[in-house]
Design a protein. Sequence first.
Lengths: 682, 494
Amino acid sequence: MDMQKLYLLVPLAPLLGAMIAGLFCRIISRPLAHTVTIAGVATAFLASILIFQDVLAGNTFNGTVYHWMTSGDYSFEVGFLIDQLTVTMMLVVTFVSLMVHIYTIGYMQDDPGYNRFFSYISLFTFAMLMLVMSNNFMQLFFGWEAVGLVSYLLIGFWYTRPTAIVANMKAFLVNRVGDFGFILGIGLVLAHFGSLDYKTVFSQAAALADVLVPIVPGVEWGTVSLMSATCILLFIGAMGKSAQVPLHVWLPDSMEGPTPISALIHAATMVTAGIFMVARMSPLFELSETALSFVIIIGSITALFMGFLGIIQNDIKRVVAYSTLSQLGYMTVALGASAYSIAIFHLMTHAFFKALLFLGAGAVIIGMHHDQDIRNMGGLRKYMPITWMTSLVGSLALIGTPFFSGFYSKDSIIEAVALSNVFGSGFAYFAVMAGVFITAFYSFRMFFLVFHGKERFGKHESSHGTHSHDGDHDDEEVSPDHHHGLGPGEKPHEPPLVVTLPLILLAIPSLFIGYFAVEPMLFGGYFDGAVFINSHIHPAIEEMGKEFHGAVAMALHSFSTPVFFLAVSGVVTAWVFYLKCPNIPAAIKSVFDPLYKVLENKYYFDEFNERIIAGGARLLGKGLWRGGDAGVIDGVIVGGSVRVVEIFSLLAKLLQSGHIYHYAFSMIFGVCALLSFWLLRA
Amino acid sequence: MSEMPLLSLAIWVPILAGLVVLTSGAERNASLARKFALIGAGIGFLVTIPLYTGFDVSTPTMQFVELMPWIPRFNINYHLGVDGISVLFIILNSFITFIVVVAGWKVINFRVAQYNAGFLIMSGFLNGIFASLDGMLFYVFFEASLIPLYLIIGVWGGPNRVYAAFKFFLFTLLGSLLFLIALIYLYFVSGNSFSILEWHQLPMALDAQKWVFLAFMVAFAVKVPMWPVHTWLPDAHVEAPTGGSIVLAAIALKLGAYGFLRFSLPIAPDASHEFSGLLIGLSLIAVVYIGLVALVQQDMKKLVAYSSIAHMGFVTLGFFMFSPLALEGAIVQMVSHGFVAGAMFFCIGVMYDRVHSRQIADYGGVVNTMPKFAAFFMLFAMANAGLPATSGFVGEFMVILASVKFNFWVAFTAASTMILGAAYTLWMYKRVVFGDVGNHHVAELSDISAREFFVLALLAVGALGMGVYPYPFTEVLHSSVNELLRHVAVSKIL
């Protein structure tokens, strides 16, 4: 088959599925809806495999699909760039999407919005594929916003839940703050490179490396490097989409959406769009040390501080959400250390094991009859063995257990940061090392609380009363049909095969993909030509390549490194705290109460945004409306001119009294006045 | 080129149709009046299609020209012609007229013939504005088009319509007078000519240009409307019936912006450069200030009216950066706004017809009872927020990109619409559509009828089509925009 038609098939097949399921969602049956959408995504996945083989054979592609618009000297096109980076993303996106589609059959089986849900997730797959396959900034922005739209629709999928419809608006608006920077960055690209086509822009990047742009007009020192400004603005877009501090606030709230989309959109694919974008822009970022420093510092703050928050969450999905934030921080740190291939590698392994963890959490939620509080769980291992096993695989991969996929990617990140010399890499090294312990701790805290220990479920009525005072605000607002939990005497049960099969299929790459991919992806030159590293200034990967002696040696070597001991001690601490001596956490909590308060309020970001930013905007809007529009413009200017006319008309009215003697008197007075004037003048 | 006087047809077919509709007169003939109006509007739209298909995109000269003496004593001519800019608005206007007739089909039951006739006649006048190449002819159409609009607000409007109409009158009166004075001045300095194309070539001293520019500016700024002469618009929208709001937003707001392109920029290019800072400043105020004001509106129509002002700020911003990308972006934004704002007002009308309230607080959870409507409303809300693949994105994207090249801080301020536009639109959408059923009115809502579906689908095709494939829209613009910019770049100072 003609390769170009195959490229086109990849995004269009899910789009077609989405349109059939969406436009006819009231007419078609449920099996038809999931069949067409799954067929669409499966087609995209199979096509991606064929394209992958083609790319491995050395065939990349960069071409236009259609001419979107011309204006002035600029031409805007919709087109594809198919290279190693693209095809990696295509495989990850279509595979995880396919798993999530299958899983959804089981997860959403009782939901009245079944067809609509399938339509949305297929539409998302289309948008995400358009994003990663783009060969220009305009289409990138289209995909960027389109995934944001579907994310908005899916977070608010249960549109009667008050928390969900606040969360989706928040997600959209916070992303828009990022897009604000992103579009300005794209504007700088167009203004200075004269094109939005990747290849054209990248080919001129080196020539424009030293260009300064004025930020304060007319002042000599008021200039910044074009490359730094562009990269930082583009990265602000990535901060929104990939939820980096301080634009991370939307991601934990996005857990209001159904669990399958938390896995697909808010863990595996959409939130990694920012990481992908920076890797795609590596020819630009490599030219700005300032931007790389900015990236690595933001990334390490996210990796470390979001990890802390994972420790105190009691909602199973929120633990995984904070873990996602922290892992996205890891990827960002890798980008800042110029280790783009490692960032993409971690993106890939993370997509598998985090999707697995989320879908596992979803299976637990089904088993628990939609109770999401891990304090009400415990001992689920006995009832849900497949979920237990696969979640264990996911958790071990997440904390970087040697030989698991997460180990290869995370260890490589730490290594790359250690070798990086960009400003901020020292702090980043500390953050990612500390992060290892924290990740292991919160992951296994959750794992132990859910699957091991005493069975705490089945007494939902009584426990609900107590834990709603515990600061977990979400429980009270969730409508009852989505949050009933297990009744007394009820036991959790393993969900059906459509749910467990994706878990098993995701567990396989979570185990093995790192082992097989580490050598070709990082050191085998797989990404040559797709990502660009200026090895003279950023030799980290090159040096790592010299030290690398195969995947087995890398894993064996790690047993003697501090990273391994940090991870082990994290697991052990979790075991001690939550299985051995469950009284310790409460004791620590009471000792460090102020600190706990800070964590519980998530460093007060939400508070600040709601009170100062949103409140400020509303206050300003009211002030301008009442004071400006109604007060000054309508009141003083319009009303004033009306009043002036009114005064004149009143005066004129006085003259028109209608009494003859008034007029006669005026005439006599006038005649007298005129006569005196003439007489006096003479 | 076609033999038919297509532009005359575009003007007089709807006007004649309107007169025919009027003859059906009494209320008992209402259904006949509706049918006549539909046929008239349909033919009125069809006769504008050859304007696009027969349009030669390679030349900036006026096409489909018609020239006849009208008042020879003052050298006033019936002079029509279109370039790539005006042709789009004639087609858009005829399309919107068709939409409005369908939109009012079941809703208007009071003086049906007069209502439909008003829109048809207004449609002809509006086409006349876009097609006029004679200053006085333009002025006559410009003023005449207001009469049907006054009547539509005044007769079929809300409880406070007198105040709204009065305010509208007060604002436009000042502008119209200055506009007329400027036209007469140009007539004398050009040696007794009202030809707009001759005025384009007319050399003028900078001071004279400045006065002419300012006179035009006041007239057009009120129409756009630009900050600070915008306060009539929210009141007019609130009182106008749905159809009136659609035409007001989709077409009437474009008159001022079109005036800038046809008169201010080419006739007073040096003054345009001189005052560009002022105009850009006012446009940016419109984007930010009005965006914030829109955020706190409690009346949906007011909110969309304010959002219209902010979007028109993008239009005037695009005009005064004098680059092809910005100017074409501004024009694309004008056309897009026709679809999107028209659709937003129609959506509000759909809810108003059922609940008889425009207050956001009176709704909540509309999606539960009107899922099809909610889907359309979502699409247009997203288009209003400038989401890619909708028409709302194209113009904003072009203007923002062009402004980065012009001045980064201008772009920075303008790009705030990314956040503000999304904030006010989605916050309204959330409060109105999402959530549990808010009250018994919402619980009793019935989803859109086939007629409403048809209107929304037509507008959706416009908004989506233009977003996915804007090429056909920008293609007709290039020659005319380049010609306009060439005019603006050459000094006319004596």
